[in-house]
Design a protein around this ligand. Structure first.
Ligand SMILES: [Fe+2]
Ligand SMILES: [Fe+2]
Length: 183
């Protein structure tokens, strides 16, 4: 898929109507539809971040329907799924440190000079500049990594799940996308 095809897909599905022109312009200008999702794990290719985000969104929307999950607003599973990893929008750059061999895939490396650090918390910092979030959405994005964090955050994660069960469903959707679907 090309960057344009990913953008068309984004605008054509449910999430398109929750994103205003300003945010859409930001996403395009900052490479949301072309960024990778990692340097060497899932989604380490051009467009990998969008493909992963789109998959998590679809899984979370489907889980919400099938399990009758209640959200503070109907668009939350779309927003949480699509933007939980917004932090990755400026996280990587193409690695040209060594010459490429014929047919070799694009290599990526970490950028260290990003304006913000962090993961779920950084996604919230970026996202809240473009849309007002519910507390539930903030908690779901902040704790979407589940217990794949420093040990001293485990009890915070448990508390977040107790307050909003959708935190757990968000982590589940993220795990299904990356470790079952491989996206
Ligand atoms: Fe993540
Ligand atoms: Fe993710």
């Amino acid at each position: 898929m090309t960057e344009k095809e990913r953008h068309d897909l984004f605008m054509g599905t449910g999430i398109g109507k929750f994103v205003d022109k300003e945010f859409e312009t930001y996403l395009l200008a900052n490479g949301f539809f072309s960024a990778p999702a990692s340097t060497k794990y899932h989604g380490n290719y051009e467009g990998g971040l969008f493909d992963h985000s789109f998959t998590v969104m679809n899984i979370l929307v489907e889980l919400s329907a099938k399990n009758n999950l209640k959200w503070q607003r109907a668009e939350s599973p779309f927003i949480v799924g699509m933007f939980h990893d917004l932090c990755k929008i400026d996280q990587y750059r193409i690695d040209n440190s060594e010459p490429y061999t014929v047919g070799e895939a694009t290599r990526y490396e970490h950028r260290t000079n990003t304006d913000f650090k962090g993961h779920g918390d950084k996604s919230i910092l970026l996202l809240c500049q473009h849309m007002k979030l519910t507390e539930e959405e903030v908690m779901c994005i902040r704790y979407h990594m589940g217990a794949f964090t420093e040990k001293d955050e485990w009890s915070d994660y448990t508390n977040a799940v107790h307050r909003y069960a959708n935190v757990l469903w968000t982590h589940h959707a993220d795990m299904l996308a990356s470790h079952v679907c491989g996206i």
